[in-house]
Design a protein around this ligand. Sequence first.
Ligand SMILES: [Zn+2]
Length: 239
Amino acid sequence: MSKKFDVLWTGGWDSTFRVIQLLLQGVDVKPHYICDPGRDSTTFEISAMHQIRNQLKNNPKVKGNLLPVNIVKFSDFEKYKDIEEAYIDLMKQHYLGEQYKWIADYCRHKNIESIDLSIVSVNSDHFFQQNYARKDYPFSVIFKNLNFPLINMSKNDMREWCVDNGFLPVIESSWFCHSPTRSGKPCGTCSPCIVAMAEGMGYRLPTKAKVRYHFRILPRLKNFLKNHPRFYVYLFKLK
Ligand SMILES: [Zn+2]
């Protein structure tokens, strides 16, 4: 029996890269997709995953099996009090995206020992880099089952790897915008759009999105919150 890896697959660039990488190594991949109610991109991400799956089918380089994706909503899995408390305690030290808390809940609920999260160095800050592997509280509670295999890679490293191995058209079918426009185009102002621009992948954005990128406001508010974690904790508790 071949090895099986659990991977959080969003249909985006980084996690699609991880899926392809494992399949080429001959590892079976069990993808998990958690619907984020704060995003309008779910249908685009799911359709990207379908498209990518079809492109990988019958590719002789793909040695592992891509198992069916487990798609879940927030309401489908339990939320644990101790995980929430650890998250709040961690947030008192530094901002950390709420998705890490949900993923920790999900892993415990589904009994997943280790799940691959495709976080890359560019969108993880210094604090994250220094602390994600810590074994003490509160880090141990949040990061216990989370694995970050791509932490030292950039999108360009992945792009080069895909070019060398003939998977560029596959990874370019990935979806990256969190709040697509009504006509289904990338927005240019959400964080993955900003990362795409910053990492020299602006060619994946339409002109209108590039204009919006240069006039973006919301990400600045987010940066403010990242620099003022106590204020963020306050807002989090209000919800
Ligand atoms: Zn966007």
